[in-house]
Design a binder for this molecule. Structure first.
Ligand SMILES: [Zn+2]
Length: 299
């Protein structure tokens, strides 16, 4: 069976009002990690946040930009994942190298020690039509999953359960997100039916929570086999998967546009060895310009 990693796979649990998304990232996530030269702790959060973002963006039908931004006052100050048109992903981070090194392995697993007091912000910016949506939540619990649960509870979105995992060497997949969501309960059902739905949801949550890091990141286990292994009891139906690609959207034109908005004076101060050099924080590509190139009109 084709493995379909670097895809998001939507699924539905049979005979229950629960849908889900499975994201397992391999080459494309390793590519993003390799573009940067971040410490392992930063890579761990970068990989989990990327898998989470892909699972989330797939729940919304829109073309445009999705951004997940986690920021705080701790060693890892900022983490940004952005996804364009549901499939082009890029991610980067800003951190204090010394403070990251100073984290114990226990502290490194605690989101509030890594980011300090912080917030998680989700933004959906559709290209046309609908309004921009922004959701903000304070980091809580110890993991990114717990903060995500907190977000869904407080934002009156669908009840959601999510587990995240990331690999630390290319022997395994780079990252995984398994997310389930409970569809709204119909108004006019009997108390018995409501209880059945509640039980199904609690059961599905406990199964989701039982997914191990090892199986989530096992390259020899296909997405479908993993889902059947977990949810075999009630049955699971999978839908068409969608591919994900690590791709930055920076270009000479965009960087040039940004620089031409600076004053000549500011640009002059950026000159080093006759050139203004800008390095894209997402992909690491460097762009070089002469001062003349950036003047509104040639001198
Ligand atoms: Zn770039």
């Amino acid at each position: 069976m084709e493995k379909n990693f670097d895809h998001v796979l939507p699924f539905q649990l049979e005979e229950s009002a629960i849908r889900g998304r499975l994201v397992r990232l391999d080459q494309e996530m390793w590519k993003i990690i390799e573009q940067h030269n971040y410490p392992t702790v930063v890579n761990n959060y970068l990989a989990q946040a990327t898998a989470l973002s892909i699972a989330l963006v797939n729940c919304f039908k829109f073309d445009g930009l999705f951004t997940l931004q986690i920021s705080g006052s701790g060693p890892l100050r900022l983490l940004v994942v952005d996804i364009h048109n549901q499939h082009e992903v890029r991610a980067c981070a800003r951190f204090d190298e010394e403070k990251i090194k100073g984290l114990t392995s226990e502290a490194a697993k605690n989101i509030q020690q890594v980011f300090g007091q912080g917030t998680m912000v989700f933004t959906i910016d559709p290209e046309a039509g609908e309004d921009r949506y922004q959701g903000v939540v304070e980091l809580s619990g110890t993991t990114l999953s717990e903060s995500t649960h907190h977000f869904f509870r407080q934002s009156e979105q669908l009840e959601t359960g999510v587990v995240l995992a990331n690999g630390t060497s290319v022997d395994t997949l780079a990252a995984a997100a398994l997310m389930i969501q409970r569809l709204p309960v119909p108004q006019n059902i009997t108390p018995e039916d409501r209880e059945t739905l509640d039980d199904q949801w609690i059961h599905a949550l406990s199964i989701t929570g039982s997914a191990t890091r090892q199986e989530l990141l096992d390259r020899n286990l296909s997405n479908e086999d993993l889902l059947y292994r977990l949810f075999w009891e009630g049955g699971v139906r999978v839908y068409g998967s969608k591919f994900i690609i690590a791709q930055c959207r920076c270009s000479t034109e965009k960087i040039k546009d940004m620089l031409t908005n600076f004053s000549s004076q500011d640009r002059h101060e950026m000159v080093f060895e006759d050139k203004i050099t800008v390095t894209c924080e997402f992909c690491g590509i460097g762009y070089k310009f002469s001062e003349d190139e950036l003047e509104g009109k040639p001198a």
